[in-house]
Design a protein around this ligand. Structure first.
Ligand code: FAD
Length: 128
């Protein structure tokens, strides 16, 4: 978490704050950090459960569903903050956004992860 915060501060926060100190940008940055920390905690907990030998498929589905959705949200906000530059390859954000669209599909689409979690919660399979 510390390393990530340092990286975010170096890469995004300082330039954005020095060039345009907007309240709404800072609010977006706070949301992005909160969501990123939540994603890390999902992974940390999943690793703990795996080490304890009790991690299940639906738990992994829940983590992937949550983290991919949030990663797309965070990346989309980052692209928005950079304005037109966010679409240029040299700023990398657009590339990350495209990569995340792929992650949304491979190793289980968002829909299928949802159906796996729903089946675990209700005991009823809504898909074949
Ligand atoms: C970059 C990349 C790398 C990949 N690497 C691998 C790999 O290494 N190994 C591998 O095996 N596969 C790999 N895949 C394939 C990937 O796992 C599949 O593309 C993914 O599982 C979706 O399957 P599909 O493309 O057949 O789409 P479909 O299953 O046809 O899905 C199309 C849409 O229908 C929805 N859908 C499907 N079934 C249902 C249902 N029962 N109820 C409701 N909605 C449903 C899906 O959520 C999706 O929105 C890769 C894909 C990509 C893009």
């Amino acid at each position: 978490v510390t390393t990530l915060r340092d990286d975010v501060r170096r890469a995004i926060v300082r330039p954005v704050i020095s060039e345009k100190s907007f309240q709404l940008v800072q609010a977006k940055l706070a949301t992005m950090l909160a969501e990123t920390t939540a994603m890390q905690l999902f992974c940390f907990r999943l690793a703990q459960l795996q080490e304890a030998g009790v991690m299940s498929g639906p738990m992994a589905s829940l983590a992937k569903l949550h983290n991919v959705r949030k990663a797309k949200l965070v990346c989309s906000e980052a692209r928005d903050i950079l304005g037109g530059n966010g679409l240029l390859l040299e700023y990398h954000v657009g590339r990350h956004l495209t990569d995340l669209e792929i992650v949304d599909t491979y190793e289980g689409t968002d829909t299928i992860q949802s159906l796996i979690v729903g089946r675990e919660m209700t005991g009823i399979s809504a898909f074949t």
